[in-house]
Design a protein around this ligand. Structure first.
Ligand code: FAQ
Length: 329
């Protein structure tokens, strides 16, 4: 009798699990969003936590290269724009950590993974900002590449991530435009200003092209994340869309992109480009780029210096919760 009822409850649980899995698959097939309270496979959840938390870390670490120029911005207007942009990036990190937390992983755990080197952040932020034009180039090219990658994420199958991306993309669009406008002003300035822009473009172009990730043939996650509707466009297709959109903008600015093989291919209807240095990409991703150690040291120091703020906030929250409990009693 007892064994029979155990078997029945096992069968009921198995049927419920199958039903939940079918409901998830049906939701994905119908292009309907998955929400935090919905059942989802563990692998889908883990993939989202990985991608969203890496994205959040990128936004936060991404504040550092531009932060390097706040005290040396050439005018009050440029300083105000730069400060607003950097604050926006911090806000993007917060929305994204909040979106990842809806999957059940606490923020402290994600941040510890960044500090321990277990979680990645975008390779692009491991390059130094050596002159003022780097700030404009980050806006034009880095934010330009980020938008290209993030617009399709507004249709990501996971609701909280998709909704965070809508707001982020609106802000990134202002970032891209302010970068382009700042470079245009420099290109209309003196010979040495034009040389600064060209120098910055020469250093940033290839790292930005790499930002889209390994080629489709090498991308380990793409096939599954595209099946789940997390990624909508592949790494190589996004890279191509970015190059096609950027070449005419470079011509408008009057700068040369540092790729002798870059030319329009009428047959393909796209620009061809030269070979990408994947050894450099993997070296940077592996922690050995020009600024990796400096970036993590800066985040570790911010984390340590902020310990008292976290403690004070937790104490304040506990006090408020105790007060509301007392009032309710
Ligand atoms: N850097 O199989 P895939 C911004 C890793 S936000 C470092 O193709 P996936 C705003 C990848 O994680 C910029 N690692 O991986 C801003 C994986 O390793 P794992 C960030 C990279 O996930 C502007 C391995 O290689 N944007 O810029 C990179 O399908 C200005 C195999 O790769 C996002 O995070 C890389 N570039 O595709 C802020 C967007 N590429 O995890 C401040 C969301 C690949 O197994 C100033 N993320 N890897 O250890 C994505 O769209 C995807 O995660 C990709 C990678 C496209 C980044």
């Amino acid at each position: 009798m007892y064994t029979q009822s155990m078997d029945l409850s096992r069968e009921t649980a198995a049927a419920a699990a199958t039903h939940a899995e079918q409901a998830f698959e049906a939701r994905i097939a119908a292009d309907r969003m998955v929400e935090p309270q919905d059942w989802m496979p563990d692998a889908y959840r883990r993939t989202l936590v990985r991608q969203i938390s890496q994205h959040a870390h990128s936004e936060i670490v991404g504040m550092l290269p531009e932060g390097n120029w706040v005290t040396r911005a050439p005018s009050l207007k440029r300083k105000a724009i730069l400060l607003a942009k950097i604050q926006d990036e911090g806000g993007h990190g917060l929305y994204l950590y909040a979106a990842a937390e809806t999957l059940g992983t606490p923020r402290v755990q994600m941040q510890q993974a960044l500090l321990d080197g277990r979680a990645k952040y975008s390779s692009i932020f491991n390059y130094p900002t050596l002159n003022w034009a780097d700030v404009g180039v980050i806006g034009w090219l880095v934010d330009g590449a980020a938008i290209m990658n993030q617009i399709p994420l507004c249709r990501c199958s996971y609701g909280p991530y998709a909704r965070a991306m809508i707001r982020i993309c609106k802000e990134e669009s202002f970032h891209q435009r302010q970068g382009f406008e700042s470079l245009l002003a420099m290109m209309r300035g003196t010979e040495s200003q034009r040389a600064m822009v060209q120098d910055a473009v020469n250093r940033w172009w290839w790292p930005v092209v790499m930002m889209f990730g390994p080629s489709d043939a090498e991308s380990i996650h793409s096939a599954q994340t595209m099946k789940w509707g997390i990624k909508r466009i592949s790494n190589d297709d996004l890279r191509q869309k970015f190059i096609d959109a950027t070449v005419p903008q470079a011509e408008l600015l009057g700068i040369t992109l540092p790729d002798p093989d870059l030319r329009w291919n009428a047959e393909r209807g796209h620009y061809d480009h030269g070979p990408i240095n994947w050894d450099e990409f993997w070296q940077v991703v592996g922690g050995d780029g020009p600024c990796n150690r400096e970036r993590i040291a800066a985040r570790q120091s911010a984390h340590d210096n902020g310990a008292w703020v976290r403690e004070a906030a937790a104490a304040h929250a506990a006090k408020r919760a105790a007060r509301s409990r007392a009032e309710a009693a």
